[in-house]
Design a protein around this ligand. Structure first.
Ligand code: PSV
Ligand code: MN
Ligand code: MN
Length: 425
């Protein structure tokens, strides 16, 4: 995508945009909007390498689009395209071995040519790889057989090495480990085995790295999961040490969990490491961020901003921000643009909450005022400040429209063909 294509697109929308922005500035004259815009410019969300092809469920996969990236280079190209459109997708998160960089130096400089960094690297001990000597069928880091645990530990250490070569600074460990039936597992031994294994991986972390311990309530195991909730993740993180943190994936909770409260307490403990954004209606974890529960997303960001400010943390760099979703029925790039937009809007809303008034209302137990304060920003249309942040960063006022108007998917199909299948999920 050329700079002049973005400029032309912006020219056609500029008049209307400026009107909306000045209206918004009038409405919010007591707020330092310039500061908010700068925070939005700085905020970057990593794109997972597995979200660039059409996903699927265990019932099937419909590769509707064509032009899917066939290798890691093309995945980087796709994230580069997103970043050119919205200036907010400046990082990529790799899943190994779904995406193995054969020549890390080359991959790193390709990414840099699009202004992209490498976010957390993700290990995979939830699938057996072709030719693998031992199976993860009954778990990996928790396994009753030491030899299986060793295999999984070695894989994680290898992933750290790959990440170092790419300039990543964190490892995300998500384990499918658990059990499907009562009695199958000794919970305490499974926990202890997992902890011992994680300790060995932790010992291989460079000093400037973080380890994210991701939890998930269920799936693929349906009776117990060995890192099943934030309490268990926090236990591991606390026992492991300073470099270990809990990672919150929005879709990994039991229905109606109060995720904003979880976030607030993890931040308070200095143990919130990062996020996987997605949305869900039932027990799923792959819907477009903000498509089902935008109010929840705002409430989460409200706690994030409050908690990070209370601890003097830099919003953009203190936590790992990543999308984790890959659905069946949309063009994945359009889906990602929608997710990023939803995240940015929720973040902007949280930045505009009148903290002083909220604290005062809380202190006075003025429950009605508390709700009014939060819903005032949630119900305000802040899209034009998000668009202004993009404009200032050299990106498109309306990324999704530009993507469609330029026929980006059609060009990708032209280059890569109709029947391409992306690696990964
Ligand atoms: C598992 O559901 C998960 O959320 C983990 O983050 C994995 O790494 C990712 O999805 C891809 O399977
Ligand atoms: Mn996840
Ligand atoms: Mn998930």
């Amino acid at each position: 995508i050329e700079k002049n294509q973005i400029a032309q697109h912006n020219d056609t929308l500029l008049g209307k945009h400026q009107k909306q922005l000045s209206h918004l500035k009038n409405e919010w004259e007591s707020v330092d909007i310039e500061k908010v815009i700068q925070k939005l410019v700085d905020f970057q969300i990593a794109i997972p390498s597995w979200a660039l092809g059409t996903g699927g469920t265990r019932f099937g996969r419909f590769a509707i689009n064509g032009g899917e990236p066939r290798n890691i280079e093309e995945k980087i190209e796709d994230v580069g395209l997103l970043h050119a459109l919205n200036a907010s997708s400046g990082a990529i998160s790799l899943h190994i071995p779904w995406d193995i960089p054969q020549n890390p130096e080359q991959i790193k400089s390709l990414a840099a040519s699009y202004g992209l960094k490498f976010d957390a690297v993700n290990s995979n001990t939830f699938q057996d790889q072709p030719g693998q000597a031992l199976s993860y069928k009954f778990g990996s880091l928790q396994h009753v057989d030491k030899a299986v645990r060793k295999l999984a530990i070695e894989h994680n250490v290898e992933v750290i090495k790959q990440g170092i070569a790419l300039g990543s600074e964190s490892l995300t460990v998500w384990l499918a480990d658990g059990s499907c039936f009562p009695g199958q597992l000794n919970f305490r031994k499974a926990f202890e085995n997992t902890l011992n294994s994680l300790q060995e991986i932790y010992a291989a972390l460079p000093a400037n790295w973080k380890m994210f311990v991701e939890y998930k309530a269920y799936e693929p195991n349906f009776y117990s999961t060995t890192v099943g909730d934030w309490g268990q993740s926090l236990l591991y993180a606390n026992k492991l040490g300073e470099q270990a943190y809990t990672l919150v994936d929005l879709g990994h909770h039991l229905p109606n969990a109060n995720i904003e409260q979880i976030v607030a307490l993890l931040l308070m403990e200095g143990k919130l490491g990062g996020f996987h954004f997605n949305d869900s209606k039932y027990g799923d974890d792959d819907l477009t961020t903000g498509s089902i529960k935008p109010y929840q997303l705002f409430l989460i960001f409200n706690e994030l901003v409050e908690g990070m400010d209370a601890r003097g943390m830099d919003h953009a760099t203190s936590l790992g921000w990543m999308i984790d979703a890959s659905h069946n029925v949309k063009d994945p790039l359009e889906d990602l643009l929608q997710s990023i937009e939803a995240i940015m809007i929720a973040y902007a809303q949280a930045l505009l909450v009148d903290r002083k008034a909220l604290t005062e209302a809380q202190q006075n137990n003025d429950v009605v005022a508390c709700q009014e304060i939060l819903q005032h920003t949630f119900r305000s249309d802040l899209r034009s400040i998000v668009a202004e942040a993009r404009l200032r960063a050299g990106a498109a006022l309306s990324p999704l429209n530009l993507y469609r108007n330029l026929g980006c998917r059609k060009s990708l199909i032209g280059e890569r063909g109709q029947n391409t299948v992306a690696t990964g999920l």
